[in-house]
Design a binder for this molecule. Structure first.
Ligand SMILES: [Zn+2]
Length: 246
């Protein structure tokens, strides 16, 4: 629905701006409202951001999709999730928070040893940091990368912006640290969802070739529904693959 949001908002803003020459206070106000909405879309929609280009879906005609897990590792739920993935022979992407990796290095090692790819989700996962200078954001990213490197021997090159917030400072920090941003095109809403069947249905109805699904490995509901979710995705003829496979 928001596919052409940039063009629509800017187009409308310019259209109304032209009308300001006809002198209406309402037109001026509307111009500012639309431009403000445009900035908000860019900051809070990782899929539509012009500030930072993120990989939100792989362009392919093959019926393949990707699972990604944010905010872990969690001592409660990551082990369950890893066992489910192993049982189904599915590989995924884990965007770990540096602070959590420090707490549970064995889990980070297990994620890596079991063939999953580890990405960076900043050190502290604090939304306020997104609005700080790029040097601070870069330090956050590098701090998490160093921790993950010390545990696994591999330096992550993929980054997921916490809360999907993007802006020019984050873009600059990523360029300096040589990392690529990965977003998603399907949100599971597992951080707020309480109904497992609704969550599985919502995800499976949105599947399309190359989709990247956003999940969280620190959520009980995610650990509970994962097996059924994998089966549902596969029953729809999709293969779940790792980004390393393409
Ligand atoms: Zn997160």
């Amino acid at each position: 629905m928001l596919k052409n949001i940039h063009i629509i908002l800017i187009g409308l803003a310019l259209f109304i701006l032209l009308h300001t020459f006809l002198d209406t206070v309402f037109a001026v106000l509307m111009t500012f409202v639309l431009l403000f909405s445009w900035i908000i879309v860019n900051i809070f929609s990782v899929k539509h951001s012009l500030f930072l280009k993120s990989i939100c879906r792989i362009r392919t005609k093959e019926k393949i999709v990707f699972l990604s897990f944010d905010d872990g590792p969690s001592d409660q739920f990551t082990p369950v999730i890893l066992s489910t993935l192993k049982r189904n022979n599915v590989k995924a992407l884990f965007f770990c928070i540096g602070q959590h990796a420090e707490l549970y290095p064995d889990l980070v090692r297990r994620i890596s040893d079991e063939g999953h790819r580890i990405g960076n989700h900043t050190y502290s996962h604090n939304w306020k940091n997104a609005f700080k200078p790029s040097s601070i954001i870069e330090a956050e990213i590098n701090h998490a990368n160093n921790i993950l490197f010390d545990i696994t021997g591999c330096k992550p090159d993929l980054f997921r912006p916490p809360f999907g917030i993007t802006n020019p400072s984050i873009s600059k920090a990523l360029k300096s640290s040589g990392m690529n941003s990965v977003g998603w095109d399907i949100r599971s809403f597992d951080t707020i969802s309480k109904e497992s069947q609704k969550m599985i249905r919502r995800i499976s109805e949105k599947l399309r070739p190359g989709s990247i699904i956003l999940l969280h490995d620190n959520r009980e509901i995610t650990s509970r529904i994962l097996n059924e979710l994998i089966q549902t995705i596969q029953n729809k003829g999709y293969k779940i693959v790792s980004l390393a496979d393409i």
